[in-house]
Design a protein around this ligand. Sequence first.
Ligand SMILES: Nc1ncnc2c1ncn2[C@@H]1O[C@H](COP(=O)(O)OP(=O)(O)O)[C@@H](O)[C@H]1O
Ligand SMILES: NC(=O)OP(=O)(O)O
Length: 311
Amino acid sequence: MKKIVVALGGNAIQAEDNSAAAQQEAVRKTMKTVASMIESGNQVAITHGNGPQVGNLLLQQYKGASENNPAMPLDTISAMTQGSIGYWMQKALDDQFKFDNYPSQAVALVTQTIVESNDPAFEHPTKPIGPFYTFNEMQKQQIYHPDYTYKQDAGRGYRQVVPSPKPVKIINAPIIKNLLQNHFVPIAAGGGGIPVVVDHGRLKGVAGVIDKDFSAARMAEDISADELVILTTVDNAYLNYRKENQQAIGKVTVNELKQYLQEGQFAAGSMKPKIEAAIEFTEKTGKPTIITSLKNAAKLNDGVGTIVYNE
Ligand SMILES: Nc1ncnc2c1ncn2[C@@H]1O[C@H](COP(=O)(O)OP(=O)(O)O)[C@@H](O)[C@H]1O
Ligand SMILES: NC(=O)OP(=O)(O)O
């Protein structure tokens, strides 16, 4: 039996259309895969992205907002996505496990993650959220939201970007560990956790979206996981991504990955944080990280994906 942290990308759980029904259906399929990992005897803690969802919800805030019914700030929107995605995942898993099959019940936690108030990320937004735009669409968006920043996202189009401070501490880590020990399935630190700073001894929500890959690494370390599994849209991390000489990375050491990072092989805001998270977890703990696609998740024991070792 292995203790595994599974990190699911916001894009990997998003459906063709953004309706609740379509997203729930996508989550339902994803959770079948996760359920099979649990059924084969592993203890699994789930974390998930919220990039598409948090950005979409932010845009929805401006439709119909008024002085008496104001738009919600980003930390609260982050909590809302933990609630909605956590609910979809919990329901899908509970359906798999016939929901009264105690103690395999899933439990979605509203998780806060402490960040530094002086994190330089607050001055340099890098985290892509919400929909993809063409250049012309992005220019139109700028008319409505002149205060938003937009950047190219790994050659897939333009997206709004927001500050992405590094997670310092996942406040609820002891609860996650406790739930796992008691054979529950925690769904935690969704969207990297709600970013909070400690201000005069109190927690204060801040505007940003933490990268869930970094929080997943921190969570995996905190709960002494045997493996970190990052499931995304691509089967592997690649060298020379989208070029003629593209090459899938299979088994790789932390030192080799550091070299590829230096060469600039991985796009910021997408594959780069996964690679950095893998390096952080595997270097600190000596335990492997696997980066692969959701469709490969059922074949993890066959050595699929990019497998990071500390040698
Ligand atoms: N070197 C690379 N190898 C593989 N994918 C890369 C690379 N550089 C950028 N990417 C992009 O990273 C994306 C995965 O990151 P992201 O979309 O943020 O995932 P998720 O939302 O699943 O966490 C891939 O779909 C791919 O377009
Ligand atoms: N918060 C976060 O990292 O979301 P994505 O994985 O969807 O980008």
